[in-house]
Write a protein that binds this ligand. Structure first.
Ligand SMILES: Nc1ncnc2c1ncn2[C@@H]1O[C@H](COP(=O)(O)OP(=O)(O)OP(=O)(O)O)[C@@H](O)[C@H]1O
Ligand SMILES: [Mg+2]
Length: 241
């Protein structure tokens, strides 16, 4: 089988005034990969995700999704192409019920992926203990359940690719491990997964390859073993963890 890049960026640049959030980023993730992205606060991780899904536009450079140039494709159209994103701050609608939150993203469901997508969604709902018919308001859920609801909401769209920005933030070790287990299973079904994560135990558990961002640049990239042993990565990042 020919290897396909699910996402590829070429020389992506983004500034906010004097801040360089993306500096000539060439980022590539192959089909079926589980990639983690780490880096100090302000490194540009969330900005890169925002550009990948079309919420932020790049100043220059290109973004390809399954080989198709989506640099100028709007966010909602990228969702239709199969990009699913969760945000660093939870975006579930707190005044709506669990059922309603899971109903809204159905409109963007990528029907070509229905078979695989539905199985992934049902697996995640079950593993996270979420009931798709639950009329409880999201506001009444625990922090962990809210985080899990957001992952489930992304899966409702039957994506080909999921980008998760700190999905285990605020979770205790046990729930973090549970989340890792679910994401690993989803990935094993062929769902390409990219996760921004600060928790190195999580990264060691799930990642095949780790990308380190620093000051908007790809600072290092490689296996978890290579990255955790990398002197300069330790200096900029791991030293403080
Ligand atoms: N909308 C914006 N307007 C101005 N500056 C921004 C904006 N978004 C991000 N920045 C700046 O761009 C840089 C990269 O921010 P970004 O949120 O991408 O970092 P991050 O790696 O996700 O950090 P964290 O680990 O804290 O989530 C930071 O200096 C940030 O202050
Ligand atoms: Mg961020």
């Amino acid at each position: 089988m020919e290897l396909t890049a699910v996402i590829e960026t070429r020389s992506l640049n983004k500034r906010f005034g004097g801040v360089v959030a993306a500096d000539n980023v060439n980022f590539k993730v192959m089909h079926g990969e589980f990639r983690c992205m780490i880096g100090p606060n302000g490194a540009g991780k969330s900005t890169l995700f925002a550009m990948l899904c079309g919420i932020q536009s790049a100043d220059s450079g290109q973004i390809f999704f399954f080989g198709q140039d989506v640099t100028r494709t709007q966010a909602f159209q990228r969702v239709r192409l199969g990009v699913g994103l969760t945000f660093q701050t939870n975006r579930a609608f707190h005044q709506l019920s669990v059922r309603e939150n899971l109903t809204i993203p159905q409109a963007s469901a990528k029907l070509e992926n229905k078979e695989a997508g539905q199985a992934r969604l049902e697996f995640a709902l079950d593993a996270f203990g979420l009931d798709p018919n639950d009329e409880t308001k999201a506001a009444e859920l625990s922090h962990n359940q809210l985080q899990w609801l957001e992952i489930a909401m992304v899966l409702v769209g039957y994506p080909n690719l999921i980008l998760l920005d700190e999905p285990t933030a605020g979770m205790a070790a046990e729930e973090t491990q549970q989340t890792a287990k679910v994401l690993k299973h989803l990935n094993s079904t062929g769902l390409t997964t990219v996760v921004v994560e600060h928790d190195m135990a999580f990264v060691k558990d799930v990642a095949q390859v780790v990308t380190v961002l620093h000051q908007g640049r790809i600072f290092a990239e490689g296996t978890v073993t290579k990255i955790t042993a990398h002197e300069d990565v330790r200096k900029i990042y791991l030293g403080r963890a």
